[in-house]
Design a protein around this ligand. Structure first.
Ligand SMILES: [Zn+2]
Length: 117
């Protein structure tokens, strides 16, 4: 009489997301990037090359980032720490509002779970 939940165990990647989400998944979804100086930029393109991604912002800054769960950027995005929004990137209001409404749960998964809701 075991439940189906317990009996289904696949070796494939699990589909839930935790707080320590990979940086790439995070920026894929929110398309925002916090700079070292606390400016929030909009991401135009993300070009993934293995564990490195080349990010281009709307203000035409290009840089490489590592796919780290513990990176500065991932932490800043999760905690929504930024001083101001880049004027050149012109991040639309709805995107900022969506970002502001984003919740990162300590218990189970992040806002990425809610995208299909
Ligand atoms: Zn910018």
């Amino acid at each position: 009489m075991s439940s189906a939940k317990n009996s289904v165990k696949t070796k494939t990647r699990k589909r839930y997301y935790r707080k320590r989400i990979e940086l790439f998944r995070l920026i894929d979804k929110i398309k925002l990037w916090p700079s070292r100086t606390g400016v929030l930029h909009g991401i135009k393109t993300i070009e993934k090359k293995g564990n490195i991604a080349i990010i281009t912002t709307h203000c035409n800054k290009t840089f490489e980032v590592n796919n780290s769960r513990n990176s500065r950027a991932a932490r800043l995005l999760r905690n929504k720490i930024f001083n101001k929004v880049c004027g050149t990137c012109k991040i639309p209001e709805w995107k900022l509002e969506k970002f502001d409404a984003t919740r990162f749960s300590r218990k189970s998964g992040s806002f990425l779970n809610q995208t299909n809701a």
